[in-house]
Ligand binder design. Structure first.
Ligand code: PEP
Length: 238
């Protein structure tokens, strides 16, 4: 299974930036996915022509209804998106989303036929207090959907996102090993098939060593995913 490199553009990208996705798609790189802002998904699906899977950064838990400003998983699928990220720590922080919300969004994404990247991770305070495993267990218990089919987990230490800081490779291995144990405990043998991504200050310089860690099946990349040059350098490390 080749490593999967997923770019999360967050609230970045205007029409002119579609050229970056076109360049990624034209590069021949495999297993590169991009989650642009909602406003670019339609154009991104067209220019990527299937070479780069396009996804959403969030979705509502319901299919449709009176939820002004929200986008459903069914709407993402209708645009040609192939995946959705749920539970990103910036959604949890800025929008007060808890594990039950994340679980409902994950279920909605899977029901719409999307692959779901479910993000979990501890804060600096929780790590310093020795609570990392307990936090990851609690988040998984509260947010995992009923099936492992179509599910991807992203381990993203909150303190590593956008800070230039990364855990030691041993800490990444320990967290991913713990997540694997939890997934197998929850889903049985199907838990072995769930890909686990690492995310948090990934760059072309550190991608290779992170991908070499046991149970790291790919990377979720924020800032370094905004240009084709940078993201393709990370993909080359895969
Ligand atoms: C992210 O937000 O998912 C992320 C990993 O961001 P960055 O790579 O910028 O730390």
């Amino acid at each position: 299974m080749p490593a999967l490199i997923v770019g999360n553009w967050k609230m970045n990208g205007l029409g002119e930036d579609i050229a970056e996705i076109a360049a990624m798609a034209g590069s021949g790189a495999r297993a590169v996915w991009i989650a642009p802002p909602f406003t670019l998904i339609d154009r991104a699906v067209i220019v990527s022509a299937g070479a780069v899977k396009i996804g959403g950064q969030d979705c509502h838990a319901k299919d449709k209804g009176a939820h002004t400003g929200c986008v459903s998983a069914a709407m993402l699928a209708d645009l040609g998106a192939g995946f959705v990220i749920v539970g990103h720590s910036e959604r949890r922080r800025d929008n007060g989303e808890g594990d039950a919300d994340v679980r409902a969004k994950a279920a909605a994404g899977l029901a719409a036929g999307l692959e779901v990247i479910l993000c979990i991770g501890e804060t600096r305070e929780q790590r310093d207090a020795g609570q990392t495993d307990a936090v990851l267990s609690r988040q998984l218990a509260g947010s995992l959907p009923d099936t492992a089919e179509g599910l991807i987990i992203a381990y993203e230490p909150v303190w590593a996102i956008g800070t230039g800081l990364t855990p030691t490779l041993a800490d990444v291995a320990a967290a991913h090993g713990h997540i694997r144990t939890e997934l197998v405990g929850r889903f049985g043998s199907a838990g072995h098939g769930v890909r686990i991504l690492y995310g948090g200050s990934v760059t072309p310089a550190n991608a290779g060593e992170l991908l070499g860690v046991a149970e790291v099946g790919g990377l979720l990349v924020g800032g370094a995913s905004l240009t084709a040059q940078s993201l393709l350098a990370i993909a080359a490390a895969a």
